[in-house]
Design a protein around this ligand. Structure first.
Ligand code: GLC
Length: 520
């Protein structure tokens, strides 16, 4: 039972995202699996994170790397079996960690038995579990909507003479959340995993949960440039952030509460800060943590960052808990976005801001985007819109555990190339007290020791030149965080006793890219 005075685990905890295809391969097929995750758990315990979220591991034709689910209640043989899952789950608990799975409610695979049935005929039992519309009189799609991965969001099904909706690939038909039976079936999916002890879900693509074709065409985006990709050429106002999503969010929360209010629901939502805040629900009855991607979109200069942090904090509904993310399996690596010389500083920012941090696998090693030769491309987005940098393979490459062929990741051929530089390998970094890994471990340990860094207030978020600084205070203990984003050395604006530095310094000017946490 939760004691009144204690905080739920997810407020102080750090979430680590595992991209299972690239974590550890135990079978030699070149693709990571559940047993591999189990074998490498000591790395995560050693690192000092608190929870793992595993990207989809369910049966899937893998048209979108598992985000096309053909059975929500089983494990894809590529990753193992339900028994492997149970074994992993038990090991995660033994290690004192929490386990979150990915829940993909907006769409299934076109190979899901529900869709196979729905497409049988217009009055098939499950027809309305998906979104079907008649063609316009000239035969064209019902609306002008463009899919996230390019092309129309509508695919014609000649056998039944209607179009079906898909916000992503044609192989990812949109589920109809306006149908009560579909909703009930999806809540049972949540229960299936809650019954197996999972501590929560990261809920995929939430803003796309309930597109409304009856609202008609989307308007063109006046600010569109080609590098944004075809989907952004229109403002997807009739697809995304429909108000009815909130009721579904409340239902999901209620399902989690059937087990324990501490079961966590993290929502994947891309939108404005104002849109994001709605997903907390009224009276905290929806998602505890609607993913905050502001650092993924940010301009890495002190003043804009300070303003952005203040604005996000100010926008939080009363009592809502913040969260921060630097990267994930969809976005370029943080070290590549802002330069490796500032990757430690970014980690310090992530782990000292107020709110739950989510760390993407490999960022603890400072992994960078890995160039993917055309013949090795896996991501359908890159295939559909080649050469524009939209493809996500470069951020999904396997972890190098060791140096040498296979990098301790696989005995076979890895599904994506592995960064061959010895300095990114876990083995190399473990042996080097000055490594990124050693730094992140020290930072995570400091965060565990200092309540100010987890539960403390956040004040004085400001920029002095290119130095971003703020304070965290808990029960009379104040820590100052000072981060020099600039390319020249700068005075430390808030001196004190240095507890940790990205550069191993403890006094004097901040070096370019240096961050320090100082006790006041
Ligand atoms: C989410 C996932 C992404 C996937 C998409 C469709 O944005 O993070 O990887 O392609 O949803 O499910």
């Amino acid at each position: 039972m939760t004691h009144q005075a204690t905080q739920p685990w997810w407020k102080e905890g750090v979430i680590y995202q595992i991209y299972p295809r690239s974590f550890m391969d135990s079978t030699g097929d070149g693709i990571g699996d559940l047993e591999g995750i189990r074998q490498r758990l000591p790395h995560l315990v050693d690192l000092g994170i608190d929870a793992i979220w595993i990207s989809p591991i369910f049966p899937s034709p893998m048209k979108d790397a598992g985000y096309d689910v053909a059975d929500y209640c089983d494990i894809d043989p590529l990753f193992g079996s339900l028994e492997d899952f149970e074994r992993l789950s038990a090991a995660v608990k033994d290690a004192g960690l929490k386990l979150l799975l990915d829940f993909v409610p907006s769409h299934s695979s076109d190979q899901h038995p529900w869709f196979l049935e729905a497409r049988q005929s217009r009055d098939a039992d499950k027809r309305d579990w998906y979104v079907w519309r008649d063609p316009l009189p000239d035969g064209s799609p019902p609306t002008n909507w463009i899919s996230e991965f390019a092309g129309p969001t509508w695919t014609f099904h000649p056998e039944t003479g209607q179009y079906y909706l898909h916000v992503f690939l044609p192989e990812q038909p949109a589920l109809n959340w306006r149908n009560p039976e579909l909703r009930a079936a999806m809540y049972d999916v949540m229960r299936f995993w809650f019954d197996r002890g999972v501590d929560g879900f990261r809920v995929d693509a939430l803003e796309n949960l309930m597109p409304n074709p009856d609202l008609g065409d989307n308007p063109p985006n006046p600010d569109w440039v080609e590098s944004m990709g075809p989907a952004r050429s229109h403002l997807a106002v009739n697809i995304k952030h429909q108000p009815e999503i909130l009721a579904a969010g409340r239902d999901m929360r209620a399902v989690a509460n059937e087990y324990d209010p501490e079961r966590l629901l993290v929502g994947e939502i891309y939108g404005t800060t104002e849109q994001l805040m709605k997903y907390y629900g009224e009276n905290h009855d929806a998602f505890q943590l609607p993913f905050n991607f502001l650092l993924i979109e940010a301009v890495w200069e002190a003043e804009p960052l300070a303003g952005m942090i203040r604005a996000y904090e100010a926008a939080l509904p009363e009592g809502a808990w913040p969260n921060w993310v630097l990267g994930n399996h969809d976005r370029p690596r943080i070290a590549s976005r802002i330069g490796p010389w500032r990757a430690r500083l970014a980690a310090m920012l992530l782990l000292t801001l107020r709110g739950t941090p989510t760390l993407y696998q490999g960022d603890e090693l400072g992994m960078e985007n890995v160039p993917i030769p055309p013949e090795a491309v896996q991501d359908p987005w890159e295939r559909n819109v080649p050469g524009q940098g939209l493809g996500r393979d470069p951020v999904r490459t396997p972890i190098a555990w060791e140096t040498g062929p296979g990098a301790g990741f696989t005995t076979g051929t890895p599904w994506l190339p592995i960064d061959p530089r010895p300095e990114v390998a876990v083995e190399t970094q473990q042996a080097d007290p000055g490594s990124m890994l050693a730094f992140q471990k020290a930072l995570l340990a400091l965060r565990k020791r200092e309540k100010a860094l987890t539960l403390g207030d956040l004040t004085g978020v400001n920029a002095t030149g290119e130095v971003l600084h703020y304070r965290r205070t808990f029960e009379g203990r104040t820590l100052a965080v000072t981060l020099n984003l600039g390319e020249t050395a700068a005075p430390c604006p808030d001196p004190g006793t240095c507890l940790i530095s990205t550069h191993g310094n403890d006094s004097g000017d901040l070096a370019p890219g240096e961050g320090r946490v100082l006790a006041q």
